[in-house]
Ligand binder design. Structure first.
Ligand code: CA
Length: 439
């Protein structure tokens, strides 16, 4: 069952926290995303919080004060953990009970305002962390537009490999170098080959970003036990933004025969807030129709419900701000805008395929979508595509030109969901500045 629409999605309800009611607020009452935080002056373990307007609600404090009892004892205990994984493990029903309780505490006519307000602190006063303990990180390749654009650079006559329309392609990434938004990324060094006799170890000169969305696993599956496509949605706790930083020169020399390695694992940035599957229920849309002549998904990847409602209408954008632009007070420059509903595979298909051989997914695991690119020129999710492999430079508002990222460049990902009859919700930001290589 895909989480449905309920009272927590009512667009007419406001919160007693005024900043949550601003029209462009990413975190209105209808969102309630989860993250981990601590006060900037504190050296204590991070705590679980929920974003509301420009505030964070401290869930452990609420649990200790008996404010979450309606959500049940297992949830109350999980809210007092230092990681979100315990809460993810409780499953979609429990997460839904918690959402309902939080909605009741934060809605404008709540009778618990005085007690709840003691557990709020400004997001600006906190340090945010990678939201879950990510045991396994997998990166898919689910945009056929991205796969075609990249394939065309290497194989103009045959851009898509024959397995693409059958297999949701992915590779296992590295969890240890996943960092939260705002963490600087050091330019990687590595082997690069420019020509027959030009092989060097040097700082990457073709450093890129990849605009992606990622899903976090809630309840996992036992080793050896696949997840049927009809049950996949229940295993998805929520979504965030992901920047899969990529060193194209390192990647192109190393990737055959076993795939991405050092061109990818020097850093992956995630946004701090997990927007839950339930919060995204109003923004579910039909899977992107396959062009005539494409094969239907194999039966284990096909469910009518998933085809009708399994894709997500998330408007994603990527912006760049060079060091010079920031010094001159120039606003970040938008490079592209693309909808997540253009993907070839749905999130449920990615989950089911991942577990189809019995591989066990665990609470807190991150499955990223792969670069999200649409069919139009303004909807490309990487510089590799925008500059056609570095051949077409572009100019930013400071007058500087770029093919790939320079030191000091900041990349900003944003995402939001809108639909008629529902309150707009946002994902917050996923930011990172490039620091010079430490050769
Ligand atoms: Ca990627």
């Amino acid at each position: 069952m895909i989480a449905g629409i309920n009272a927590t999605h009512n667009p007419d309800k406001k919160s007693w926290i005024a900043s949550a009611n601003l029209p462009d607020a990413d975190f209105p009452l209808q969102n309630l995303p989860f993250g981990r935080f601590r006060r900037v002056t504190s050296d204590k373990s991070p705590r679980i919080g929920v974003a509301i307007g420009d505030q964070i609600l401290d869930l452990a404090a609420c649990a200790e004060q008996g404010l979450l009892e309606a959500a049940g004892g297992i949830v109350v205990r999980a809210c007092q953990d230092t990681s979100i994984n315990a809460l993810m493990r409780t499953g979609s029903q429990a997460a839904s009970s918690l959402r309902s309780s939080l909605h009741d505490l934060l809605v404008e006519d709540s009778t618990r305002q005085a007690a709840v307000s003691r557990n709020l602190l400004g997001i600006a006063e906190t340090e945010l962390f990678v939201p879950s303990k990510i045991g396994g990180y997998t990166d898919f390749y689910a945009s056929i537009h991205h796969a075609t654009n990249v394939g065309r650079l290497f194989r103009p006559d045959n851009p898509l490999l024959p397995n693409y329309k059958y297999v949701p392609i992915a590779y296992h990434g590295r969890s240890s170098s996943i960092v939260v938004s705002g963490t600087p990324v050091v330019r990687p060094s590595g082997q690069q080959r420019s020509g027959e006799n030009d092989l060097r170890f040097a700082p990457s000169r073709r450093l890129d970003y990849e605009l992606e969305a990622g899903l976090y696993i809630g309840q996992g599956n036992a080793l050896g036990t696949p997840i049927p496509i009809t049950e996949s949605a229940q295993h998805i706790f929520g979504f965030s933004l992901v920047n899969d930083w990529s060193a194209r020169d390192i990647q192109s020399w190393e990737y055959q025969p076993l795939g991405p390695f050092l061109g990818k694992n020097f850093g992956t940035t995630v946004s701090p807030w997990i927007v839950t599957s339930e919060a995204l229920a109003p923004f579910r849309v039909a899977a992107n129709p396959r062009p005539a002549g494409d094969p239907a998904p194999l039966p284990y990847l096909f469910a009518e419900e998933d085809q009708q409602h399994g894709a997500l209408n998330i408007e994603l954008e990527v912006l760049i701000a060079s060091e010079k632009m920031r010094q001159q007070g120039i606003a970040p420059h938008r490079l592209s805008c693309v909808n997540f509903n253009t993907m070839y595979w749905t999130p449920a298909q990615m989950v089911t395929h991942h577990a189809s051989n019995g591989c066990n997914l665990e609470p807190g695991d991150l499955l990223a979508s792969g670069t999200v690119s649409g069919p139009e020129p303004g909807s490309l999710g990487s510089l590799l595509e925008i500059t056609k492999g570095g051949r077409d430079p572009f100019t930013v508002p400071s007058g500087e030109t770029r093919t790939f990222l320079e030191d000091g460049d900041e990349v900003i990902l944003r995402g939001s969901c809108s639909a008629p009859g529902f309150r707009r919700i946002g994902f917050g930001e996923c930011r990172g500045v490039i620091l010079p290589a430490r050769v």
